[in-house]
Design a protein around this ligand. Sequence first.
Ligand SMILES: *Cc1c(COP(=O)(O)O)cnc(C)c1O
Length: 245
Amino acid sequence: MDWAERIGANLAEVERRIRAACDRVGRDPAEVMIVAVTKTHPPAAVEAAVACGLRVFGENRVQEARAKIPLCPGSARWHLIGHLQTNKVREAVGLFEMIQSVDSLKVALEIQRRAEQAGRRMPVLLEVNVAGESSKFGYAPDRLLEELGALNGLSRLEIQGLMTVPPWSPDPERVRPYFRRLRELKLACEERLGVPLPHLSMGMSGDFEVAVEEGATMVRLGTVLFGPRASAVRSGAGDGAEAGD
Ligand SMILES: *Cc1c(COP(=O)(O)O)cnc(C)c1O
């Protein structure tokens, strides 16, 4: 398989669809960043994606990122998009430019501690489980608002916005209410904090156009760029999960 050829053609089509979605709602396509999700794919795929102009990559497991990132071009920047266990925080702080999946005060406190040791600030998104699915990680909206003050008090965390993985549906219109809810929750957080939060990370291969219409500033795209993943490589806990090891 020729990664560069595949990714180049797919990216052109994705960019066209993002522009069209922006046009429908009067947004500037420059506000929408593609996070290319490379889980299960080899460094050669990242290299080809970088050659196509992609710069920001998402991995959902620290263990996989640890092996992959050193083999990828240095210009690639990495976001963690899967659940983070406290015992992997130290490593995550060393590997990732942003952690999109902060889902508890416990993990935030550990990020604070490890970022301080590393002498850095860590940009983060707060992951929200907007539909209250028991199979998924993420804050319940009420709980997020309760803990927001404590999270915001952590000097080494730079809270840049919210992220969600909504329920899957073959009809992206059915997912729209969840994206809308995340946007409204971001407004509520901004009101509490008294500062704007720049990012809404929402939208995957099946529903990114609807997410863009609802205000996404980051869309996390795997399949639509790289093709289907070998399902055998996925953990049984689901795509968003960090396997316990
Ligand atoms: C795998 C994954 C994606 C990308 O999924 P696709 O449907 O392949 O685009 C996005 N976000 C998270 C959290 C993921 O785990």
